[in-house]
Write a protein that binds this ligand. Structure first.
Ligand code: GUN
Length: 297
């Protein structure tokens, strides 16, 4: 079988960020509004620091305002809630994101649910999760939204396709399943307790791997011609160089021999997450003010 088509998330994300920048310019010109995104980072986790820096940079490149709040690892829950409260009330702030994970003394769910739902650009608040589950308009989590945009771009309408999502997290697996259901896929959510996971995965026209296990999904799990979306970002040792390298949840070399199309790691789903965050911030800036999104989004 020929090698799978590569789904270039990096290129798609550049295009999407360009569209967001156009929408931001139109919002400014027609309504005098500059969207603002506040990113809160508690502690000094190196990976989180890299994400937050990239988010800030790309926010400014899209023509939006970026507000960064870096708090020490010893911050109390009450202090963080006080900051969220002030951002909820700040009219220059359209989107609020608190980088996860937060330190142990802070309850992540309490913080997420303290963010005003109309500013919850991560789409993690129970109100937004409930809206997604019931088919109402709300803010949708960025990584699954990015996966869906790639799938629709590559496959066109998804109706009737069999989709298997491996992983049941609130951040990716569950919202991904909801989005695919909304597109009229037949959706299976598989996880660590699923019996005969390879056989379940082999039923999928669309296979989404979001488990956080390096190269777990191998070619023999893939139905010939299937579209494989790899959400994993795992840092592993590279014995050839003695350094670390990034790999997905899919064993790219074997899966690409069987799949019809596949996202690489890096350069697949990863770049789509921030692009969708910027899109959500633009959407929040419009919806919060009752500005119609057609012509802007
Ligand atoms: N940590 C890892 N991914 C994410 C994300 O999408 N949003 C937030 N807030 N934290 C994260």
């Amino acid at each position: 079988m020929a090698e799978a088509t590569l789904i270039d998330g990096k290129a798609f994300a550049v295009t999407l960020r360009g569209k967001v920048a156009e929408g931001v310019a139109k919002l400014k010109a027609d309504h005098g509004v500059t969207p603002g995104l506040a990113v809160v980072l508690v502690g000094e986790d190196p990976a989180s620091q890299v994400y937050v820096r990239n988010k800030g940079k790309q926010t400014v490149e899209a023509g939006m305002e970026s507000f960064e709040h870096k708090l020490p690892a010893t911050t109390s829950q009450a202090e963080l809630l006080a900051l969220i409260d002030s951002l909820n009330k700040d009219d220059k702030v359209d989107g609020i994101l608190c980088q996860l994970p937060v330190p142990d003394q802070i309850d992540g769910d309490t913080i997420i649910n303290a963010i005003a739902p109309e500013k919850d650009v991560d789409g993690f608040h129970v109100i937004n999760a409930g809206k997604l589950a019931t088919g109402q308009q709300g803010l949708v989590p960025c990584t699954p939204l990015g996966c869906l945009l790639l799938l629709k771009d590559h496959l066109g309408p998804l109706s009737g396709k069999s989709a298997v999502v491996i992983g049941r997290s609130n951040i990716v697996g569950k919202p991904m399943a909801q989005l695919l259901l909304k597109e009229s896929c037949t959706v299976t959510v598989a996880h660590s307790r699923t019996k005969d996971l390879p056989a379940v995965a082999r039923e999928a026209d669309i296979l989404v791997a979001a488990v956080g296990r390096p190269e777990m999904v191998t070619g023999d799990w893939v139905k010939p011609g299937a579209t494989v979306i790899d959400v994993g970002i795992n840092r592993v040792d590279n014995p050839e160089t003695g350094k670390t390298k990034l790999v997905g949840d899919v064993d790219f070399a074997s899966a690409a021999q069987v799949a019809g199309a596949i996202t690489p790691v890096p350069g697949g789903v990863g770049p789509m997450t921030i692009a969708c965050l910027l899109r959500n911030t633009l959407e929040a800036a419009c919806l919060r003010r009752g500005i119609p999104t057609d012509g802007i989004l």
